[in-house]
Design a protein around this ligand. Structure first.
Ligand SMILES: Nc1nc2c(c(=O)[nH]1)N[C@H]1C(S)=C(S)[C@@H](COP(=O)(O)OP(=O)(O)OC[C@H]3O[C@@H](n4cnc5c(=O)[nH]c(N)nc54)[C@H](O)[C@@H]3O)O[C@H]1N2
Ligand SMILES: Nc1nc2c(c(=O)[nH]1)N[C@H]1C(S)=C(S)[C@@H](COP(=O)(O)OP(=O)(O)OC[C@H]3O[C@@H](n4cnc5c(=O)[nH]c(N)nc54)[C@H](O)[C@@H]3O)O[C@H]1N2
Ligand code: SF4
Ligand SMILES: [Mo]
Length: 717
């Protein structure tokens, strides 16, 4: 059989690398980076190259499965399944109100360019506010902090052309994830090398000497969760040495004096002692950052999973803005985004509009909607708690709550309590195993998509529309299509930016994407006509002068910030060396991380990737192993106030002493642990959601978790 080569982009993760796929008949046989692509230049990673294995694996769900009375799954035709699901959902809405039907969109909802929009549109169409995504257990703090700070109309500095990049608890070389000014999400090594060759200085702040830390100009091996201390010290030093952008500050920043006073106790010496790093490193980092002409400080999941994420994000904004890290009048905005209508970029402040404390309330912990969504850390309780507003049905789209949500035992109780759980999942995941229906998703190579999610992440005006390169399995559905199926069966239309979607005629993906991008800077048709990724050089956006009557200021002291920083200053545990939680003393802090060969729980199923490891090791410093009498490969119990797990310990010199570095989204449903060496263990067994949560985002402490460790003989585990 002949082999045909197609251009497309990889959707195993959100980096969307441009690839070429060799297809034999209808079967993908090889994936290569597309060396023609103007920005990706041929880059791929080990996960993307396994798309043929993902396509071929017998573990893949190829038909809709329905749970039978005996608990086993049986194949059901997709149309019959959707009839049953729609009937049940309509019935629940009639009986208990629209809020009883919820959606949770996990990471693979983001890999389909129409899923989020249609899910949201469907929820709006039926009046259900029970819309949840993984964003609210990821880095909601960044958007919450920005919403109460205000934004700069001209945008902030990009990685390209920056003279300094400070990375605080992110590891883009592994995660390919820095949409907010770090290295663009592709060939991160190459991009880092290229910029460093041009003179960029890179500062990395992380308790683990990560892949990116190994490349850094300056690396600070900070104690977990001490980011607010260190950032406050940077800001204090920059004020003291007058290294800030005084012109910008005097025109656009409010409350600079209050901030100056508040950070005054955070001297370099104090921060160094607390973070367990050298005083000179604190000073040098602050000086390098502030004296560079252009630059960015960016964060990742590390500090966002740790306590006080909003404070950390706020201090990062303060750091960037007091140093004037913005595109000023007359400067070019490197990429204004191509899929939205053009709008002027002005040298003025868009005032703060806190994205919380309005809209619907959760029924627990006095939490409410954030960034237009309900907080995912409350979803379990909304299912478990009886009464008006209780969630009875959940559509789980490309997510795996059983291993990703805080508090695994509670998640299991919640998933099992539902009257209806529909999982749209490629595999019988830990969550799908307890579902009533598992729907086979149309695979990435079988569908049209555009680089919607990353549209504004690129540092150039780039876009890529791909056609489906493989025929679709007629028993599968795209993630967005599930909502169209519901709309079709209820007759309630969905409103999209470009108009109302017909409930009668199934739209093509292209039509849906056109209705999501009306009036876009570059028409969808033009992007699609390229047949590959392209840079649209004609997009030249220059920052215009600010308007005379537009006097909004950036807010350095929004509500709650000064109290939180004062609370940090009062803490003394770092002096005593005692890690306390719920009245108990602990020896280590367990932090989160990502592994190169999997994407959260995805990829753990594929043999070629299993060769890189079938468990999520508990990485610890070899000195810690020695003092605990442990050897690499031993089983250990990791015990926290909220629960415990059994994991496989692994010595790793890059992990700071006193710290355990362990990836999330491994393991199985709690009843079915066993065999941790081949399944891993969920770190969310160590997390509870009602003690350590953030008062705005609801996110509990999911990193920097106090734990004890003990050896477990093989026969006990
Ligand atoms: N303790 C702790 N917990 C965490 C984190 C942490 O760092 N520490 N990180 C948090 C973060 S950042 C996130 S984003 C969440 C992740 O939370 P989730 O997104 O809920 O978890 P994933 O494991 O990514 O789930 C993805 C699911 O999609 C399925 N899938 C794969 N391909 C496809 C496809 O093409 N279509 C469909 N429909 N499904 C597909 C996979 O089989 C898998 O079941 O976890 C959070 N939880
Ligand atoms: N290969 C791969 N890529 C992925 C994923 C994956 O599972 N595998 N997951 C995807 C997802 S869902 C997301 S959200 C992104 C996340 O992307 P990143 O945020 O870049 O994720 P990590 O690689 O875990 O980097 C977080 C870093 O924070 C450090 N850290 C932990 N606690 C602290 C702390 O208290 N302070 C500081 N300063 N650092 C701390 C950890 O040691 C780790 O190096 O990655 C995505 N990309
Ligand atoms: S980084 Fe890897 S998994 Fe992500 S899009 Fe690129 S090739 Fe695919
Ligand atoms: Mo994430």
């Amino acid at each position: 059989m002949t082999i045909e080569t197609h251009k497309t982009f990889c959707r195993f993760c959100h980096a969307y690398c441009a690839i070429e796929v060799d297809v034999e008949g209808d079967v993908p046989v090889a994936v290569r980076g597309d060396t023609d692509d103007p920005i990706y230049g041929g880059y791929t990673c080990i996960k993307g190259r396994q798309l043929p294995a993902q396509y071929a694996t017998p573990k893949r769900v190829r038909n809709t499965l329905k749970r039978q009375p005996d608990g086993e799954f049986a194949v059901i035709d997709i149309d019959d399944a959707m009839d049953e699901i729609a009937k049940k959902i309509n019935h629940l809405i009639d009986q208990y109100g629209p809020r009883s039907v919820a959606t949770y969109i996990g990471s693979y909802g983001y890999q389909n360019s129409a899923a989020l929009h249609l899910a949201k549109a469907w929820h709006a169409s039926v009046g259900s506010t029970s819309y949840y995504t993984s964003v609210t257990i990821d880095q909601p703090a960044r958007r919450i902090a920005a919403s109460q700070f205000g934004t700069w109309g001209g945008g902030t500095h990009a990685f390209t052309d920056a003279d300094v990049c400070m990375m605080i608890g992110n590891n883009p070389v592994v995660s390919q994830y820095t949409p907010f000014g770090g290295p663009p999400p592709f060939s991160p090594y190459a991009r880092l090398r290229a910029e460093m060759k041009k003179g960029m200085k890179v500062i990395v702040i992380d308790p683990r000497k990560t892949e990116v830390a190994n490349r850094a100009t300056l690396y600070l091996q900070i104690n977990p969760a001490e980011d607010p201390t260190l950032l406050a010290a940077f800001i204090n030093f920059i004020f003291k040495e007058e290294l800030y952008d005084q012109t910008f500050c005097s025109h656009y920043l409010q409350d600079i004096e209050q901030l100056r006073q508040l950070v005054a106790p955070f001297t370099p010496e104090y921060a160094a002692a607390r973070c367990d790093i050298a005083v000179d490193d604190v000073i040098n980092a602050a000086r390098i950052f502030a004296t560079a002409k252009r630059g960015v400080a960016v964060t990742g999941t590390g500090p966002n999973m740790a306590p006080r994420a909003i404070l950390t994000e706020h201090l990062v904004l303060c750091l960037n803005y007091i140093c004037g890290r913005v595109n000023k009048m007359g400067e070019r905005v490197p990429n204004p985004g191509l899929l939205q209508p053009p709008r002027p970029r002005r040298a003025e402040v868009k005032g703060a509009q806190p994205a919380f404390h309005h809209g619907p309330k959760a029924r627990v912990r006095d939490l409410g909607q954030i960034i237009g969504e309900m907080p995912t850390a409350t979803l379990n309780d909304e299912i478990l708690m009886e009464g008006e507003g209780q969630i009875k049905a959940l559509i789980c789209l490309g997510g795996n709550p059983m291993v990703a949500f805080p508090d695994q035992d509670k998640t299991k109780r919640a998933m099992e309590k539902l009257d209806l759980l529909v999982c749209v999942d490629l595999y019988k995941s830990a969550t799908a195993k307890v579902a009533d229906y598992i729907i086979a998703p149309t695979l990435s190579l079988e569908r049209d998509d555009i680089t919607m999610l990353t549209d504004t992440w690129y540092d150039q005006p780039y876009s890529h529309y791909t056609r489906a390169i493989l025929p679709k399995n007629d028993q599968s559905r795209e993630e967005w299509e599930i909502y169209w199926e519901l709309s079709n069966r209820s007759g309630i239309p969905m409103d999209l930016a470009g108009g109302q979607l017909s409930t009668e005629r199934r739209p093509s993906k292209y039509e849906v994407l056109e209705m999501l991008t009306p009036g876009s800077r570059i028409p969808l048709k033009e992007i699609a006509s390229k047949g590959k990724g392209a840079i649209f050089d004609e997009v030249q956006v220059i920052v215009e002068p600010g308007r005379e009557d537009h006097g909004a200021l950036l807010q350095l002291m929004p509500e709650g910030i000064s109290e939180q920083l004062a609370e940090v200053a009062r803490e003394t545990y770092w002096q005593t060396g005692k890690i306390m939680d719920a009245g108990q003393e602990y020896t280590h802090l367990l932090i989160s991380r990502r592994l190169k060969h999997v994407f959260n729980s995805s990829g753990q199923q594929l043999e070629p990737l299993q060769k890189k490891g079938t468990t999520n090791p508990a990485y610890m410093n070899p000195e810690d192993l020695e003092s605990l009498g442990l050897n690499s490969g031993d089983l250990i119990e990791v015990q926290a106030a909220a629960g415990s797990l059994v994991g496989v310990v692994e010595g790793a010199k890059d992990v700071k002493s006193g710290v355990i570095s362990m990836a999330h989204a491994w393991g199985d449903i709690p009843d079915n642990f066993g065999d941790v060496r081949n399944k891993g263990a969920s770190t969310n067994r160590l997390v509870d959601d009602d003690r350590t949560f953030d008062k705005i985002s609801g996110m509990p402490r999911m990193s920097a978790i106090p734990v004890n460790v003990r050896y477990v003989p093989e026969e006990v585990a």
